[in-house]
Design a protein around this ligand. Structure first.
Ligand SMILES: *Cc1c(COP(=O)(O)O)cnc(C)c1O
Length: 234
């Protein structure tokens, strides 16, 4: 099979899964965006995805994302940063990212705000929430405790150049993703009480997208189900 056929098949299968999950949850598939996570994949895969109608591309690292964004500037893609952002990379990220899903500390909010103002373009921000056991594997992947998320959301909503989109989480390994995503949904609801515009819930990866859709996710971050197994953990 050609690479183009492989990517097309992965995307079609993923769209089918999302449609089935939406049907099971009584939701409109139009309310659930698929972000294709292309970390470690070549920029040629990004072009294949764009040709298949994908507009939202996710990446973990600034260096890889900024290079791919520059190489595909003709395609009008929206770039989503889903991995941890070092504060000193915020200025770079603000120059090309449509959204940052992994905002989990005040210093990063301030740095992204400065970057967005300097770049003269708005950046959407998702507050990353740490679900489950903070000392487990997830602890290394960032996130703010659910109880602290509303205060960080407040900071984002008042920051120049930033727009509070909503919340994001990665389900902790080895536990029921449905329970974790329900906790995320409660956190999102708490934030919406003060910020009704913060309607986005970024949850769900290749292994748990059905549970995320059932719990109300509006943005799915899908890598391996579309592009195949990555060479190394990213
Ligand atoms: C890599 C990554 C994804 C995509 O994961 P898959 O299991 O390949 O779908 C989603 N979210 C984050 C934060 C990631 O780092």
């Amino acid at each position: 099979m050609s690479r183009a056929a492989e990517v097309a098949a992965g995307l079609a299968a993923t769209r089918d899964r999302v449609a089935a999950a939406c049907a099971a949850a009584g939701r409109d598939p139009g309310d659930v965006a698929i972000i294709a996570v292309t970390k470690t994949s070549p920029v040629s895969d990004v072009r294949l995805l764009a040709a298949l109608g994908v507009r939202d591309i996710g990446e973990s690292r600034d260096q890889e994302a900024s290079t791919k964004a520059a190489e595909t500037a003709d395609l009008g893609l929206r770039w989503h940063i889903v991995g941890q952002v070092q504060t000193n990379k915020a200025g770079s990220v603000a120059r090309y990212a449509h959204a940052v899903h992994s905002v989990d500390r005040a210093r990063l909010v301030h740095a992204l705000s400065r970057g967005a103002v300097a770049a003269e373009r708005p950046v959407e921000v998702f507050v990353q929430v740490l679900l489950g056991d903070a000392t487990g594997a997830l602890g290394r992947r960032g996130g703010v405790a659910p109880a602290a998320a509303p205060a960080l959301a407040e900071l984002v909503s008042g920051a120049e150049g930033l727009r509070l989109a909503g919340v994001m989480a990665v389900a902790p390994l080895g536990t029921d993703p449905g329970r974790a995503f329900a906790e995320l949904a409660r956190t999102a609801e708490r934030i919406r009480a003060d910020h009704p515009e913060a309607t986005a819930v970024s949850a769900g990866m290749s292994g748990d997208l059905e549970a995320a859709v059932a719990a109300g996710a509006t943005h799915l971050r899908i890598g391996t189900a579309i592009l195949g197994t990555r060479p190394s953990p990213g």
